[in-house]
Design a protein around this ligand. Sequence first.
Ligand code: C2E
Ligand code: MG
Ligand code: MG
Ligand code: MG
Length: 277
Amino acid sequence: RAKSEGRGTYRFFEAKMGAQVRERRLLEHDLRHAVARGEMHLVYQPQTDVRNGSVTGFEVLLRWLHPERGAISPAVFIPIAEESGVILQIGEWVLREACREAATWTNPLTVAVNVSAVQIHAPHFVQLVHESLFRTGLKPDRLEVEITETALIRDPSRAQSTLRQLKALGVRIAMDDFGTGYSSVSNLRAYPFDKIKIDGSFIRSVDANEQTAAIVRSVLGLGRGLGLPVLAEGVETDAELRFLAAEDCQAAQGYLMGRPAAIEQFARFTHGNQLKP
Ligand code: C2E
Ligand code: MG
Ligand code: MG
Ligand code: MG
């Protein structure tokens, strides 16, 4: 009896796995047409100067509104897009769209675009960045590319050469999600980063947890020593922001200063003279 029950459980497990695989294939299929069908759009989240609270730029975050399933999180669809290679097509659209948008701003704020491992290792990535800047007229130093450390490990020497070429164009490079994944401090020396973004998981309750505080302080010290500005991601409370200000963290981003939203919501920063949220 136990044996047959076991088999039943196994069959159930198999069926569930099958459903997950099918679900993934369906999403992958839909992803291939999502840009052309106008299902993708970009939202923008302000990045601020901790010292005076002014908005210095925006991170671009991709949103997919599926016609039947509604909003699907990038945490779900980006990995599928990466594995299937569709990220190349989608990433190209994101980059062009973000540069086109930023070029219309009367205030010279920066625009930060997330770039995945597949894009970094693709043959024409640098050319694509160059083209996006050239076509839109966006000044290279207004574009920041956000890359996680995990994106570099596939082919480190190739990634290194790509980042150097981007830097030669005048584009800035930020290390995203610092402290998570395959973090190695040596990456900060091996690659030409201009900024460190501390992952939001370290900012949560940084004001209340001594261990977390010690980690964040040490990253800030590392940034100071290397001459790299540090941005704290995921700032949600006044207490977290006060801690960061007291520790001389340069930049912050999070729901406290502003949730990701349509760029029209931020016209007072992009076109007006009010640079504080
Ligand atoms: P990320 O680049 O580290 O982006 C930060 C994520 O934290 C965003 O989630 C943002 O909405 C969220 N966030 C911002 N402030 C707060 C806060 O105060 N509290 C909390 N709890 N969360 C906050 P989102 O938009 O869901 O994006 C998730 C990830 O998907 C991004 O992480 C990035 O790795 C990836 N992603 C998003 N857009 C793109 C894109 O255009 N291309 C690529 N390759 N990846 C993207
Ligand atoms: Mg990012
Ligand atoms: Mg991040
Ligand atoms: Mg992330």
